[in-house]
Design a protein around this ligand. Structure first.
Ligand code: SAM
Length: 507
């Protein structure tokens, strides 16, 4: 990735992030956006950046992106304040300096303009590319057409649908005075910034702490909305507003902002069927420290979310996804085609308990182990975890990274298992075969299986019969070569997941 390109104007943003994702987002904004003044409050990361809005809108660890209007100290009301006084205190604290609101609306409008220019440019480039390709040979044209039929076209349709929905939300703009009071200077090389005709707006409010003793969320929205209409002349429109005003009031802060995209950043335009939460899949891959030229395996890839997130981030890397379920593999294939990544992501039907790969043949293993109802599986995870772990360990090269996403229960089990293996290693010292290889043999190679794979070189084709049940009784290798690096808790919505990172040592 090159240096982030600066537009010369520093804009203040904040993003929402799932629980546990804040640290990934902080690292990402610093790395990709050369962000300044980065700070975190519960579930949000605030920062300033002068990098173009299109780069900001490509953040992967964020849920939603907002233009920051103001972060302030919390609104406190004394226990004896009556309702009328409370409403007036709330209104004046939230409204604050009126010029800040108009300045922020101008910046918001300019950023919306830049986002739509980017969309239009992207579409034009795509059309030109296609026209060029259509001028090529008959054979090439056919091949390209069939590739694109399930990829680009579908993707463009999806993007278009999303954009049309966004377009409906955008305010009418007129050009004119370009002064921006929001502490930002308009960029002369970009389309002219615009001044909003008084926009229609709606207030979205999240209120926690003592304020909830005085007001319901709807009452807070009404009080603030009334103030904005009166002071700024903005018109409230609850159904189809041009501008959404986000207000977050808590014990800890008062935070005001305008969303910059209607759809969350976490909705990926390149995914057809979604699996694991995209931000968490991205974080899982980010923890694996994937380097150019690496070979990366997901031995339980499902619809391919982790692989696609990783492949979007790392260009010169080859990926292999394994799953034992035909339906999941079909969806993964469709997703990979839709994201236009079939040249870098290969998919294979096999069991993660008998991986058709040579020992020490991959640089990183990333895996979201199945749990819950959504991914109900024939594999008994608790019973088979030792075997699955042993296979991952076997195929990983020394120095390679293993990152697993587990439920709290499986996480405990894994820790116990590794502790046992450590203890076992001490007891079994000297009992290893002279080769130092694990006791359980690798999948027996047959001459017909020894084909070289275009992606992973040493990969063998899948075995024809599932051997899960027979393997249930295989003992895990007695040595523990996985060194624990870190464990992080992230929210998966209804439940939490634990991200475990290990590095394979040569012990
Ligand atoms: C939690 S899901 C993975 C979801 C994936 N991260 C995604 O976003 O789609 C776990 C996957 O493991 C697969 N699976 C279960 N047992 C398996 C086994 N023994 N070998 C290979 N895959 C297995 C299931 O078919 C399922 O697709």
């Amino acid at each position: 990735m090159g240096e982030p390109e600066s537009t010369g104007s520093l804009v203040k943003y904040y993003c929402t992030a799932g629980n546990g994702m804040e640290r990934f987002l902080i690292a990402e904004v610093k790395k990709k956006l050369a962000a300044e003044d980065v700070c975190q409050i519960a579930g949000k990361v605030l920062f300033s950046s002068s990098v173009a809005i299109n780069r900001v809108s490509e953040l992967k660890a964020a849920e939603r992106l907002f233009l920051l209007l103001r972060r302030d100290s919390p609104v406190h009301l004394s226990a004896h304040t009556g309702p009328a006084k409370a409403a007036s205190v709330l209104q004046s604290r939230v409204l604050g300096d009126v010029a800040q609101w108009t300045g922020a609306a101008v910046t918001w409008s300019r950023l919306q303009g830049e986002l739509s220019v980017r969309r239009a440019t992207g579409e034009k480039e795509q059309e030109e590319e296609e026209e060029e390709e259509e001028g090529g040979s008959e054979e090439g044209r056919e091949e390209e057409l069939s590739r694109r039929t399930c990829g680009v076209k579908a993707q463009r349709l999806k993007r278009k649908r999303d954009e049309e929905e966004e377009e409906e939300q955008r305010p009418e703009r007129k050009t004119g005075d370009t002064t921006d009071d929001h502490g930002t200077r308009p960029n002369r090389t970009k389309p002219e910034p615009s001044v909003l005709a008084p926009p229609t707006f709606r207030v979205s409010c999240k209120c926690t702490g003592p304020l909830t003793r005085y007001f319901s969320t709807q009452e807070v929205s009404r009080v603030i909305g009334g103030g904005l209409s009166r002071v700024l002349g903005w018109k409230a429109d609850l159904k189809n507003p041009q501008l959404e005003v986000n207000v977050s009031l808590s014990d800890d802060h008062l935070l005001l902002g305008f969303p910059l995209t209607r759809l969350p950043l976490a909705n990926r335009s390149y995914m057809k069927t979604t699996g694991l939460r995209s931000t968490v899949a991205w974080a899982l891959a980010a923890m694996a420290h994937i380097q150019p030229g690496s070979r990366v395996l997901d031995p339980m890839c499902g619809v391919g979310t982790v692989l696609i997130e990783a492949a979007q981030e790392h260009e010169a890397v080859c990926f292999l996804g394994v799953d034992n379920d035909d339906g999941q593999l079909q969806r993964a294939n469709e997703n990979v085609a839709f994201a236009e990544l079939p040249h870098r992501i290969q998919l294979l039907k096999a069991s993660s308990m008998m991986l058709p790969l040579h020992s020490s043949s991959v640089d990183a293993v990333v895996c979201d182990l199945p749990f819950g109802r959504k991914f109900s599986t024939k594999t008994n995870m608790a019973a088979n975890l030792p075997l699955i772990l042993a296979e991952m360990e076997r195929v990983l090269r020394v120095g390679g990274t293993l990152v697993l996403l587990l439920t709290p229960q499986l996480s405990c089990l894994l820790k116990r298992l590794l502790a046992q293996k450590d203890a076992g290693a001490t007891c079994n010292q000297g009992a290893e075969p002279p080769t130092g290889k694990p006791r359980r043999p690798s999948p027996p190679p047959s001459s017909t299986e020894q084909q070289t794979d275009p992606v992973l070189g040493g990969v063998k084709p899948p075995r024809t019969q599932e051997t899960d049940s027979a393997l249930q009784y295989g003992a895990p290798p007695p040595r523990c070569s996985m060194e624990h690096q870190e464990t992080l808790r992230v929210s998966l919505g209804a439940i939490d997941g634990l991200l475990h990172k290990y590095v394979k040592t040569d012990s």
